[in-house]
Write a protein that binds this ligand. Sequence first.
Ligand code: F6R
Length: 610
Amino acid sequence: MCGIIGYIGDTNVLPILINGLHRLEYRGYDSAGVALLNENRLYLQRAAGKITALEQKLPADAPLSTIGIGHTRWATHGVPNEANAHPHCDCHQRLAVVHNGIIENHGVLRQELIDKGHIFQSQTDTEVLSHLFEEYLASGMPLSEAVRQGLLRVQGTFGLAVIDEETPDYLMVARNGSPLIIGHGQGACFVASDTAALVGLTDKVTFLDDGELAILSRNGVAVKTIDNRSVDTRVEIIDQNLKRIEKAGYPHYMLKEIMEQPQTVEDTMRGRLLEEECTVKLGGIGNDIDSLLYARRIILTGCGTSWHAALIGEYLFEELVGIPVEVEYASEFRYRNPIISEDSVVIAVSQSGETADTLAAVREARRKRCKVYGICNVVGSSIARETDAGVYLHAGAEIGVASTKAFTSQVTVLALITLLLGRMRSISSARGGELLRELQQIPQKIERILQQHEQIRALAEAYQDARNILYLGRGYQFPVALEGALKMKEIAYIHAEGYPAAEIKHGPLALIDKDMPVIVIATHDSIYDKILNNIQEVRARNGRVIAIATEGDQEIKKYAEHVIYIPDVLEPFAPLLTIIPLQLLAYDMAILRNCDVDQPRNLAKSVTVE
Ligand code: F6R
C-alpha cells in the first residue's frame, strides 16, 4: 500500500523514479510525486491521479539530478489531491519526505509543531514528519541524527525516505511496520517498498527490519537501529525475472495471472511431490514438522482472498489430516486476546507477506509462544521472515490488485501440507497416491477450463447489468462461493454475496426474483443431491441459475439456465478448478462495465495499514 522508490548514484534519477513508480503503481494510485536535488536545491513535482498525470506535469527540461525520491499514494489521512500527495516538505522546502504507513500520534505532534510556528500545507499524517525533522535540523543536527531523533517521537507505522538539500551526499530511509528494501548498485543505492521496483536495477538487496534506519550514499549503506545500536548490513540475492512483472501481451495483469494458473500451480508443486512414497516434501517446514503433526489445534489466519484459501485449508485438514482447525480473520485475531495453548499452531496465509493485520496476528501468536508457520508468495516478506517456518507459493509476482493465481497456489500449498501430514497420520499409500496423481492433473484441467473463456464472456454479456449476484456452494465449494463473490465486488463493482447453499432459506431466499442471477457451484460430489435441492428452491422463486457443474452432468441442465462445466476432479481439490470460471466471469463483467480491472477504485495491493 503506497509505493516508495529512492535513488542515489551517478545516473539521472528522474527516469529511475518514474519507472520505479510505474512498477509500484499497483500499491496505490490516487496521486504521485517526486523530489530531487539539483545543485543543492530541492525540486518537487506532484499530481493527483495516476503516474501518467505526474509525467504529464513534469517539464521536458526537468532538472538533472543523481539523488531523489518518489511516491505513489493510497490515501489514508486526507483526500487524494495534489496537496496531500507525497513528497511532503518542511516550512522552507528544504527537505522532502515520502512515507508509507500511519503516524498514530500525528494529531499531538501537529499541534505541538503548529505551536512552534510551523505551517502545514496538507491534511496528511505524513507532513508532521517533515516538520519534525526540520525542527531537529534547525537545532544544528545532521540529517541522519535529525531523522533518528524525530522518529523516536513517532508512534505508528512507517516505511520512509528523506532527502535534504543541505545533505546532497546521502538519503535517509527508515522502517517500522511498512516494508522497505534497499538495493545495492555500483556506486549507487536504491530503496523501494517492494522488489518489483528493483527488477533490472540490482539483485543485491537488504531487507530493512522494523526499528531500523539506514543512510544510503554513493559509497554504500550504513544500517543502525532507531535507538542507535549498530547493525550489520545483510545482503541477499533475489530472483529477478522481468517477464514475471510484465503483461506479456495481455491487456491486463489480472487476465495474465488468471491465464498463468496452469503454470503457477505447477510451479507451486514443482520438486515437492514424491511419487514413490505417495507423499510430499516441503523444505520450508521439513525440520519443523512435529509441531504441526502433533498439534491439538491449528489456527489458520489471513485476510480477504487468503482467508478464503484458509477456509479451504480447514476442510482439507479436518477431513484428511484429522486435526481440529479454526479459521480466523487476522484483523479479529490480533485484537481479541485469543486463547492459544502451546500445542496450538498458527498458520498465516498471505500473498504479499506484508498485510498489516496478518503480520500483527503472527506477532500476537508468537508473543503467546505458539509455533507460527507462513504460507507466502513474496520471498523475504515480513511474514515469511517473522514466522518459525513456512512454505512459499512460487507463483511469481502477482500485480493485479485482485488476487487470482495466488489463491490457487495457496490452496495448492494447503493441499500439499494436507498430503504430507495426512500420510504421516492416517492416509494409506493407496489414497495418498490417488490424491497425488490428482494434484498432478490439476494444471491441465485448469487449462481446459481456460479454453472456455469465450463461453464465459458470453455469459458476462448476458448478465453485465446485474445489480446483485448470489454465489452458493456447499462443503469445499462454500469458500469458493465467497471468493467468487469477492472477485465480482472488487473488480466489477457489483454487489455479490457468497453463501452456504443450505443457508439461503434462513433469509437470503427473500432476495430472489427474476432479476437475481444465482451462481451455484454444483459439482459431482458427496453433497450433489443436496445442492440440486437448493437450486430447485431458487428456481421455484424465478431466480436465474448459472451452475458450475462436472463434465458429463446432463441432469443439471434441467435446473440451470446456464451451465459451465469443469473436468471431473476429486472433491477436496475441486476448488482449484471451480474458482477459475468465477475469476474469468468477474474479469469479463468488469471489462464490459468499463471498470479499471488492474487498479479497482479505492483499493490497492498489499494492505500494509490497519
Ligand atoms: C482480493 C485481495 C485481497 C487480499 C488481502 C490479503 O482479491 O487481493 O482480499 O487477498 O488483502 O492480502 P495478502 O494475501 O497479501 O495478505
